[in-house]
Design a protein around this ligand. Sequence first.
Ligand code: NDP
Length: 582
Amino acid sequence: MSFDPQALRAKYRQERDRRIRPDGAAQYRGARGEFGYYATDPWTERAERDPRQDRVEAAVIGGGFGGLVTGAKLRDAGLDSVRMIDEAGDFGGTWYWNRYPGIHCDIESSVYLPLLEEVGTEPTWRYSPGEEIRQHAIAIARHYDLYDDTMFHTRVTELRWHEDDAEWQVRTDRGDDFRARYVIVSSGTLTQPKLPGIPGIETFRGHTFHTSRWDYGYTGEDLAGLKDKKVGVVGTGATGIQVIPRLAAEAQHLYVFQRTPSSVDVRDNRRLEPGWTAGLKPGWQRERMNNFLTVVTGGHADEDLIGDGWTATAALQRTFLSGSRTELSDEELELADFATMNRIRARVDDIVTDPVVAERLKPWYRYMCKRPTFSDFYLQTFNRPNVTLVDTADTGGITALTEHTVVVGDSEYDVDCLVFATGFEVGISGIVSGTLPVHGRDGVPLLQSWAQGPRTLHGFSSHGYPNLFHLGSLQNASSVNFMHILTEQATHIGALVAEARTRHARWIEPTAEAEQDWVATIRANAMDNYRFQAECTPGYYNGEGKPRPVSNSYGPGPVAFHELLDKWRTGGGFDQVLAGAE
Ligand code: NDP
């Protein structure tokens, strides 16, 4: 062994302790109130419209890929009347909002983009640029006629069940008050931009915006507007890694304010030959998706069809995400982790010429403590004469902002423009957080019935809340390719609705017993990664240094979970949840 595990453990601990802040997630502020302008929609003008008071078969809350694939599956189930609702001005979810320069998918497009074969989209890059992904979202909506009945720039404010009609009453912030037989909530997890609570942030007079609301009016489409500008960027997470090389290429000077470096591995993005999908056997996408999921979650696959930075580090991902355990012991996993991170740190030395800068760019934590990143341009950026890396770890981030400067400790940096690549509030949208009040049978609020903890069957639905479904990882599954998880969820919901229609069932609702059994299954199989997370540098993965005791997804992992759902559907599961003949 060419390294000393004890020394690495000590170094990781020291670097973690340097970053832990007692205020945890409270260090951030949401883009609301006086900072609400950071969240306004730069892409689509809000159109006035009359409130609606009508009736639809299904209302889908969320026009990101989760909602879109659900819409598609509801069409496949035979529903004519599907209303898609989103706070954005068009489809695409995170890919609608995030249009910063350099934006790309970090999972291979062939397994990330859903419904490629159904819609006939052929990605042109191995890892698609954001605009290609957004156009695919639009293509799905067109293909499945999901533009027929949309409510954009609309936020659902309340759901209320009406037993006699077996319908949900849906109210929105645009005065709509309509009825829906089925409601599906796919409102995402990282949706609201967050800003650091830097003292003096409100006094800054330079130009400023969040990466998820890029101001092309200021920068120009090609960023030529930055030629004579001193630009600062705060944040070096997955977004920062993609945007920083582009800013560096155009700005007069770029200051990168880094608190914790990301792990940056090889990307190897490349153009795909036009027509590359033509000769493939129907079903090729499903095969690739299943193969990727199996490989990254530790199941058995004869072949690794994707062969990239994710599949190469599959064993390490299972220290954080649920999935089949590897044959490696915890100690062996830790050694493999050290070896991988040593390789990633050595890559920094290979690329960055200034040894002091290289040292600052090295990540000292275990592989899955933060979302791993991949780039063939990022580290190279720090060899440019117009780029300065400012390390803010010792001061817990940027110390303050003044009218024209960024203050870090005793140093001040004069900037014309400050870009916040500071990420998103976690899990604040949707029914789980209470931002969307849900009143079920007898008017009982969902969160009240969950007072002792969430209760669902398979994460989708709860007793007392008929015909309401919810997408997300809660008591369901998770993966680095979350799109695959969403696709399976949409497929399951589509199958439930199709079966309810075949049987003329008025509602789909788990029994209290089925729900209890599922909660017990989740608890019995819960993956305990508390120690791993507690030893990590703070970030949104571990609640900014305050991790949850156990994961709330299905412990054996997504492949086992999808098999379980499949068996449930073919083995009489529908009988448990369908009731009330029409
Ligand atoms: P992150 O939350 O991952 O990163 C925020 C960054 O801001 C961190 O580097 C953080 O430092 C830094 N920061 C926060 N506050 C301060 C401060 N006061 N001073 C200095 N630095 C500060 O957000 P991202 O937008 O980068 O990524 C969020 C997620 O979005 C990703 O994890 C990924 O899931 C997804 N994503 C996916 C992409 C894809 O290709 N599929 C591309 C981009 C994002 P610190 O780490 O020290 O807290």
